[in-house]
Design a protein around this ligand. Structure first.
Ligand code: 5AD
Ligand code: FES
Length: 348
């Protein structure tokens, strides 16, 4: 097992059979070794920096009906909200004053936010905060829409593939197609965005064979960012009684992705921090180097409930900033408030 991890560390690659063998046979000793190698790899490329991104949750209206998600369209218990442009700009101002230089604008697939509104929002933020990066996370759109946002000044786009298993994808995303998701990711890349993808861990019926598909898909896509988080049930979804993903499986996969894509920006996700009080710290120890503290107004935080037990819903932006800095320092790392572009990314 150690030999296989060494091979992954030096080649940044393993084939399907080897990846499956690794996942099926990882014991405590080899997991520790994986952590050590993932740590070495992040230190070589990014040092002990953990990049901070301010997350603004624009809207919890969503036309999609992903079976696991708390803001799915048929959840009529969800209390819906949208932020106004003024509210969004206020979040940016608070974030900017706290030192953030990346804003992540995330929301459900909400057609109220037309392309014109999104373009106007991007331009308004860039007008005031030209030294900040804008990351969008607004779901599947056409090439033309993505291009408009990019031309308006958006720098990055997050769109997890969610799961690369066709069968699982189909069962969890009514009316959606994995091929279309992959097309979106390819469009985003060709337009020039720094692109983030990623997947859920611990979905019902998800097996090691499925994770191998996720890993091979990511290796092939070669994105700039990869978000990996445990599935956590939400009480008002069909998966309410399902088991959640584990910290062990999630951190193992984070470690493997660090070795497959050595320079990738890899968040320790809020979902990971929500299933274990030290979840994000454990992710960072396995090679994660990004955190995304919340900048949304506190009165909407609970409403953006993708899953139960989400952390930070009661904390002001300044409190999250403080809290996460302390956590990162105590884990032996240091925060970095810069734009934090991917290593191979050159500004034009
Ligand atoms: N548990 C964990 N993550 C979830 N997401 C949506 N619902 C859940 C859930 N129940 C994730 C999806 C999406 C991201 C914004 O949140 O992977 O891409
Ligand atoms: Fe939000 Fe700790 S990061 S309270």
């Amino acid at each position: 097992m150690i030999k296989l991890i060494d091979q992954l560390y030096s080649d940044n690659d393993l084939n399907e059979k080897e990846l499956l063998y690794l996942l099926n046979n990882l014991d405590q000793e080899s997991r520790n070794y994986l952590m050590k190698k993932a740590h070495e790899t992040r230190m070589a490329h990014y040092g002990d920096a953990v990049y901070m991104r301010g997350l603004i949750e624009l809207s919890n209206y969503c036309k999609r009906n992903c079976v696991y998600c708390g803001i799915r369209t048929t959840n009529n218990k969800a209390e819906r909200y949208r932020l106004s442009l003024d509210q969004i700009l206020q979040c940016c101002e608070i974030g900017y004053n706290l030192g953030y230089r990346t804003f992540v604008l995330q929301g459900g697939e909400d057609d109220y936010f037309s392309d014109d509104k999104i373009v106007n929002m991007i331009k308004s933020i860039k007008d005031k905060y030209a030294d900040c990066a804008i990351t969008l996370s607004l779901g599947e759109k056409s090439y033309e829409s993505y291009k408009k946002y990019y031309d308006a000044g958006a720098d990055r786009y997050l769109l997890r593939h969610e799961t690369a298993s066709k069968k699982l994808y189909k069962s969890l995303h009514p009316g959606m197609r994995l091929e279309n998701r992959i097309q979106c990711l390819s469009d985003l890349k060709s337009i020039g965005y720094q692109v983030g993808s990623g997947f859920l861990v611990g979905l019902p019926n998800q097996r090691n064979e499925d994770y191998v598909k996720d890993l091979l898909f990511l290796k092939d896509l070669n994105p700039h960012m990869v978000g990996i988080g445990p599935f956590i049930p939400h009480e008002h979804t069909p998966l309410k009684d399902a088991d959640k993903g584990t910290v062990e499986m999630t951190t193992t996969l984070i470690g493997i992705v660090r070795l497959l894509l050595p320079k990738v920006l890899l968040p320790a996700t809020t979902a990971l921090g929500s299933i274990d009080p030290l979840g994000r710290e454990k992710g960072i120890q396995f090679g994660a180097n990004v955190v995304m503290p919340n900048l949304s107004p506190t009165n909407v935080r609970e409403k953006y409930a993708l899953y139960d037990g989400k952390i930070c819903t009661g904390d002001e932006a300044a409190e999250c900033r403080q809290c996460i800095e302390g956590r990162i320092n105590r884990a032996g790392f240091s925060i970095n408030m810069s734009r934090g572009d991917h290593k191979d990314w050159s500004e034009v």
